[in-house]
Design a protein around this ligand. Structure first.
Ligand code: SF4
Length: 303
Protein backbone atom coordinates (compact mmCIF):
# COMPACT_ATOMS: atom_id res chain seq x y z
CA UNK A 1 0.00 0.00 0.00
CA UNK A 2 1.50 3.35 -1.06
CA UNK A 3 1.95 5.68 1.91
CA UNK A 4 -0.52 8.58 1.65
CA UNK A 5 0.25 12.20 2.49
CA UNK A 6 -1.68 11.89 5.75
CA UNK A 7 -1.69 8.94 8.17
CA UNK A 8 -5.45 8.85 8.48
CA UNK A 9 -7.47 6.54 10.72
CA UNK A 10 -8.60 4.47 7.72
CA UNK A 11 -5.09 4.10 6.28
CA UNK A 12 -3.47 3.31 9.62
CA UNK A 13 -5.90 0.59 10.67
CA UNK A 14 -6.23 -0.96 7.23
CA UNK A 15 -2.44 -1.31 7.28
CA UNK A 16 -2.54 -2.75 10.81
CA UNK A 17 -5.44 -5.19 10.40
CA UNK A 18 -5.20 -5.91 6.67
CA UNK A 19 -8.78 -4.81 6.00
CA UNK A 20 -10.94 -1.69 6.45
CA UNK A 21 -11.82 -0.89 10.05
CA UNK A 22 -14.66 1.41 11.10
CA UNK A 23 -15.68 3.19 14.28
CA UNK A 24 -19.01 2.24 15.77
CA UNK A 25 -20.34 5.02 18.03
CA UNK A 26 -22.08 3.70 21.15
CA UNK A 27 -23.89 5.68 23.81
CA UNK A 28 -23.57 4.82 27.50
CA UNK A 29 -26.62 6.99 28.20
CA UNK A 30 -25.17 9.28 30.85
CA UNK A 31 -24.49 12.99 30.97
CA UNK A 32 -21.07 14.69 30.93
CA UNK A 33 -20.04 15.90 34.40
CA UNK A 34 -19.10 19.31 32.97
CA UNK A 35 -22.77 19.94 32.23
CA UNK A 36 -23.22 20.47 35.98
CA UNK A 37 -21.11 23.60 35.48
CA UNK A 38 -22.88 24.77 32.34
CA UNK A 39 -20.98 22.54 29.87
CA UNK A 40 -18.50 23.66 27.23
CA UNK A 41 -19.97 26.62 25.37
CA UNK A 42 -19.57 25.00 21.94
CA UNK A 43 -20.92 21.55 22.79
CA UNK A 44 -24.27 20.11 21.78
CA UNK A 45 -24.19 16.33 22.07
CA UNK A 46 -26.98 15.58 19.53
CA UNK A 47 -24.94 17.31 16.81
CA UNK A 48 -22.58 14.36 16.58
CA UNK A 49 -24.89 11.40 17.29
CA UNK A 50 -25.70 9.11 14.39
CA UNK A 51 -29.41 8.51 13.83
CA UNK A 52 -29.46 4.99 15.28
CA UNK A 53 -28.42 6.41 18.68
CA UNK A 54 -31.33 8.86 18.86
CA UNK A 55 -33.63 6.17 20.20
CA UNK A 56 -32.63 4.82 23.58
CA UNK A 57 -31.36 1.28 23.20
CA UNK A 58 -29.18 -1.02 25.27
CA UNK A 59 -25.61 -1.50 24.07
CA UNK A 60 -26.17 -4.89 22.37
CA UNK A 61 -29.06 -3.41 20.37
CA UNK A 62 -26.93 -0.35 19.53
CA UNK A 63 -24.23 -2.67 18.17
CA UNK A 64 -26.72 -4.62 16.04
CA UNK A 65 -28.34 -1.43 14.70
CA UNK A 66 -25.00 0.33 14.26
CA UNK A 67 -23.55 -2.54 12.24
CA UNK A 68 -26.62 -2.54 10.02
CA UNK A 69 -27.12 1.22 9.59
CA UNK A 70 -23.72 2.80 10.27
CA UNK A 71 -21.02 0.38 9.19
CA UNK A 72 -23.16 -0.51 6.15
CA UNK A 73 -21.24 -3.70 5.46
CA UNK A 74 -18.30 -1.46 4.45
CA UNK A 75 -16.47 -2.52 7.57
CA UNK A 76 -16.54 -5.89 9.22
CA UNK A 77 -14.07 -4.97 11.91
CA UNK A 78 -14.69 -1.98 14.12
CA UNK A 79 -13.66 -0.02 17.19
CA UNK A 80 -16.40 0.37 19.78
CA UNK A 81 -16.41 4.15 20.04
CA UNK A 82 -17.63 5.65 23.30
CA UNK A 83 -17.55 9.24 22.13
CA UNK A 84 -20.51 10.73 23.95
CA UNK A 85 -20.43 12.70 27.15
CA UNK A 86 -17.09 11.78 28.84
CA UNK A 87 -17.07 8.01 28.61
CA UNK A 88 -15.01 7.41 31.76
CA UNK A 89 -17.26 9.42 34.06
CA UNK A 90 -19.45 6.51 35.13
CA UNK A 91 -18.57 4.13 37.96
CA UNK A 92 -16.53 1.08 36.89
CA UNK A 93 -19.34 -1.17 38.11
CA UNK A 94 -21.49 0.20 35.28
CA UNK A 95 -18.81 0.57 32.62
CA UNK A 96 -16.93 -2.69 32.87
CA UNK A 97 -19.81 -5.08 32.14
CA UNK A 98 -20.40 -3.05 28.95
CA UNK A 99 -16.74 -3.12 27.92
CA UNK A 100 -16.52 -6.82 28.72
CA UNK A 101 -19.55 -7.59 26.57
CA UNK A 102 -18.33 -5.46 23.65
CA UNK A 103 -14.86 -7.03 23.72
CA UNK A 104 -16.30 -10.54 23.33
CA UNK A 105 -17.42 -9.64 19.80
CA UNK A 106 -14.70 -11.05 17.49
CA UNK A 107 -15.38 -8.22 15.01
CA UNK A 108 -14.53 -5.60 17.64
CA UNK A 109 -10.79 -4.81 17.45
CA UNK A 110 -10.78 -2.51 20.46
CA UNK A 111 -12.18 0.41 22.38
CA UNK A 112 -11.95 4.14 21.84
CA UNK A 113 -12.91 6.06 24.96
CA UNK A 114 -13.46 9.78 24.71
CA UNK A 115 -12.96 11.70 27.93
CA UNK A 116 -11.81 14.83 29.74
CA UNK A 117 -8.36 15.30 31.31
CA UNK A 118 -9.85 15.40 34.82
CA UNK A 119 -11.62 12.06 34.31
CA UNK A 120 -8.49 10.02 33.59
CA UNK A 121 -8.31 8.12 36.86
CA UNK A 122 -5.47 5.75 37.75
CA UNK A 123 -7.70 3.14 39.41
CA UNK A 124 -9.95 3.04 36.34
CA UNK A 125 -6.96 2.59 34.03
CA UNK A 126 -5.54 -0.22 36.17
CA UNK A 127 -8.85 -2.11 36.02
CA UNK A 128 -9.22 -1.48 32.31
CA UNK A 129 -5.67 -2.65 31.58
CA UNK A 130 -6.45 -5.86 33.50
CA UNK A 131 -9.65 -6.35 31.50
CA UNK A 132 -7.82 -5.88 28.19
CA UNK A 133 -4.85 -8.08 29.10
CA UNK A 134 -4.74 -11.15 26.90
CA UNK A 135 -7.61 -9.99 24.65
CA UNK A 136 -5.22 -8.72 21.95
CA UNK A 137 -7.55 -5.72 21.54
CA UNK A 138 -6.50 -2.08 21.29
CA UNK A 139 -7.58 0.79 23.48
CA UNK A 140 -7.24 4.45 22.58
CA UNK A 141 -8.08 7.04 25.19
CA UNK A 142 -9.05 10.26 23.45
CA UNK A 143 -8.75 13.34 25.60
CA UNK A 144 -10.66 16.50 24.80
CA UNK A 145 -8.17 19.33 25.24
CA UNK A 146 -9.19 21.86 22.53
CA UNK A 147 -6.35 24.29 23.31
CA UNK A 148 -3.25 24.54 25.47
CA UNK A 149 -4.02 28.21 26.20
CA UNK A 150 -5.62 28.76 29.61
CA UNK A 151 -7.55 31.83 28.45
CA UNK A 152 -9.21 29.72 25.74
CA UNK A 153 -10.00 26.87 28.15
CA UNK A 154 -11.64 29.40 30.49
CA UNK A 155 -13.55 31.03 27.62
CA UNK A 156 -14.86 27.62 26.50
CA UNK A 157 -15.88 26.79 30.10
CA UNK A 158 -13.83 23.60 29.98
CA UNK A 159 -13.21 23.63 33.75
CA UNK A 160 -9.84 21.95 33.47
CA UNK A 161 -6.34 23.25 32.83
CA UNK A 162 -3.61 22.35 30.40
CA UNK A 163 -1.67 20.90 33.35
CA UNK A 164 -4.59 18.50 33.89
CA UNK A 165 -4.04 17.27 30.34
CA UNK A 166 -0.30 16.78 30.91
CA UNK A 167 -1.02 14.85 34.12
CA UNK A 168 -3.62 12.70 32.33
CA UNK A 169 -1.09 11.79 29.60
CA UNK A 170 1.54 10.91 32.20
CA UNK A 171 -0.94 8.64 34.00
CA UNK A 172 -2.00 6.87 30.80
CA UNK A 173 1.63 6.34 29.76
CA UNK A 174 2.17 4.15 32.84
CA UNK A 175 0.15 1.48 31.00
CA UNK A 176 1.58 0.01 27.83
CA UNK A 177 -1.85 -1.13 26.73
CA UNK A 178 -3.19 2.35 26.05
CA UNK A 179 -2.68 4.85 23.30
CA UNK A 180 -3.44 8.54 23.73
CA UNK A 181 -5.46 10.76 21.41
CA UNK A 182 -5.94 14.52 21.71
CA UNK A 183 -8.76 16.68 20.39
CA UNK A 184 -7.88 20.22 19.36
CA UNK A 185 -10.31 22.92 18.32
CA UNK A 186 -9.31 25.61 15.82
CA UNK A 187 -10.97 28.98 15.43
CA UNK A 188 -11.54 29.71 19.12
CA UNK A 189 -12.26 33.46 19.40
CA UNK A 190 -9.13 35.34 20.43
CA UNK A 191 -6.69 32.69 19.18
CA UNK A 192 -4.31 33.56 16.36
CA UNK A 193 -2.96 31.10 13.83
CA UNK A 194 0.29 31.13 15.84
CA UNK A 195 -1.66 30.18 18.98
CA UNK A 196 -3.22 27.20 17.19
CA UNK A 197 0.12 26.02 15.84
CA UNK A 198 1.57 26.39 19.31
CA UNK A 199 -1.15 24.07 20.69
CA UNK A 200 -0.31 21.44 18.08
CA UNK A 201 3.44 21.63 18.71
CA UNK A 202 3.00 21.46 22.47
CA UNK A 203 0.85 18.35 22.27
CA UNK A 204 3.23 16.74 19.78
CA UNK A 205 6.05 17.36 22.27
CA UNK A 206 4.07 15.73 25.07
CA UNK A 207 3.78 12.66 22.88
CA UNK A 208 0.38 11.47 21.66
CA UNK A 209 -0.52 8.67 19.26
CA UNK A 210 -3.54 10.27 17.61
CA UNK A 211 -5.08 13.65 16.86
CA UNK A 212 -8.58 14.83 16.12
CA UNK A 213 -8.75 18.32 14.70
CA UNK A 214 -11.99 20.31 14.54
CA UNK A 215 -12.87 23.72 13.26
CA UNK A 216 -15.25 25.68 15.47
CA UNK A 217 -18.83 25.07 14.44
CA UNK A 218 -21.64 27.15 15.88
CA UNK A 219 -24.33 24.75 17.01
CA UNK A 220 -27.93 25.37 17.98
CA UNK A 221 -28.74 25.42 21.70
CA UNK A 222 -25.21 26.45 22.72
CA UNK A 223 -23.86 29.55 24.45
CA UNK A 224 -21.50 29.92 21.47
CA UNK A 225 -24.59 30.38 19.27
CA UNK A 226 -25.72 33.29 21.47
CA UNK A 227 -22.28 34.91 21.14
CA UNK A 228 -22.43 34.37 17.38
CA UNK A 229 -25.84 36.05 17.20
CA UNK A 230 -24.32 38.99 19.09
CA UNK A 231 -21.55 39.22 16.49
CA UNK A 232 -18.86 38.16 18.98
CA UNK A 233 -17.73 35.02 17.13
CA UNK A 234 -16.62 34.83 13.52
CA UNK A 235 -16.30 31.24 12.23
CA UNK A 236 -13.39 30.41 9.96
CA UNK A 237 -13.82 30.52 6.20
CA UNK A 238 -13.15 27.21 4.47
CA UNK A 239 -10.13 28.57 2.58
CA UNK A 240 -8.56 29.89 5.79
CA UNK A 241 -9.13 26.58 7.52
CA UNK A 242 -7.51 24.66 4.67
CA UNK A 243 -4.55 27.05 4.79
CA UNK A 244 -4.26 26.39 8.50
CA UNK A 245 -4.24 22.63 7.93
CA UNK A 246 -1.52 23.07 5.31
CA UNK A 247 0.60 24.68 8.04
CA UNK A 248 -0.32 22.17 10.73
CA UNK A 249 -0.12 18.78 9.01
CA UNK A 250 3.56 19.14 8.02
CA UNK A 251 4.32 19.75 11.74
CA UNK A 252 2.67 16.50 12.88
CA UNK A 253 5.05 13.52 13.03
CA UNK A 254 4.29 10.79 10.50
CA UNK A 255 3.71 8.24 13.28
CA UNK A 256 0.68 10.09 14.69
CA UNK A 257 -2.67 8.93 13.35
CA UNK A 258 -4.92 11.82 12.33
CA UNK A 259 -8.46 10.61 12.95
CA UNK A 260 -10.22 13.76 11.88
CA UNK A 261 -9.39 17.01 10.14
CA UNK A 262 -12.63 18.99 10.57
CA UNK A 263 -15.90 18.86 12.46
CA UNK A 264 -19.00 17.41 10.82
CA UNK A 265 -22.02 18.40 12.90
CA UNK A 266 -25.47 17.30 11.84
CA UNK A 267 -26.79 19.94 9.37
CA UNK A 268 -29.96 20.44 11.46
CA UNK A 269 -27.79 21.52 14.39
CA UNK A 270 -25.30 23.61 12.45
CA UNK A 271 -25.72 27.39 12.31
CA UNK A 272 -22.29 28.35 10.92
CA UNK A 273 -20.01 28.05 9.09
CA UNK A 274 -21.98 26.44 6.28
CA UNK A 275 -19.31 25.56 3.75
CA UNK A 276 -21.76 23.65 1.54
CA UNK A 277 -19.26 21.03 0.54
CA UNK A 278 -19.16 17.28 1.12
CA UNK A 279 -16.45 15.96 3.43
CA UNK A 280 -15.08 13.83 0.58
CA UNK A 281 -14.76 16.93 -1.64
CA UNK A 282 -13.04 18.86 1.13
CA UNK A 283 -10.69 15.96 1.64
CA UNK A 284 -9.89 15.86 -2.05
CA UNK A 285 -9.29 19.63 -2.12
CA UNK A 286 -6.85 19.33 0.78
CA UNK A 287 -5.02 16.42 -0.81
CA UNK A 288 -4.72 18.32 -4.11
CA UNK A 289 -3.32 21.40 -2.38
CA UNK A 290 -0.85 19.25 -0.47
CA UNK A 291 0.23 17.59 -3.70
CA UNK A 292 0.66 20.93 -5.49
CA UNK A 293 2.85 22.21 -2.64
CA UNK A 294 4.62 18.84 -2.20
CA UNK A 295 3.52 18.66 1.43
CA UNK A 296 2.96 15.60 3.56
CA UNK A 297 2.45 14.90 7.22
CA UNK A 298 5.64 15.62 9.15
CA UNK A 299 7.52 16.98 6.13
CA UNK A 300 8.59 20.13 7.98
CA UNK A 301 10.11 18.18 10.86
CA UNK A 302 13.74 17.26 10.90
CA UNK A 303 13.99 13.47 11.12
S1 SF4 B 1 -16.42 17.93 28.26
FE1 SF4 B 1 -16.96 17.16 26.21
S2 SF4 B 1 -19.03 16.26 26.40
FE2 SF4 B 1 -18.63 17.51 28.23
S3 SF4 B 1 -19.60 19.48 27.78
FE3 SF4 B 1 -17.42 19.61 27.19
S4 SF4 B 1 -17.27 19.01 25.01
FE4 SF4 B 1 -19.31 18.40 25.81
Amino acid sequence: MKAPRIRSFSYHYREKFGEPVGKLPLDLGHSCPNRRYGGCIFCAAPAFSPGYLQEKRDISSQIIKGKELFLHKRFKKYFAYFQQETATAQPSSQLFPVFEMVLTDPECVGLILSTRPDYVIEQFLAELAALLAGTGKDCLIEIGLQSVHEKSLAFLNRNHSYDDFIRACQTIRRYEKFEIGAHLLFGIPGETQADMLFSVNEVVDIGVDAFKFHHLQILRTTRMAELYEQGKVIPMAMEDYLDLLLDIIPMVPKSIVIHRLWATAHPDMLIAPRWRILAAELSEMLRQQMAERELSQGCHLSS
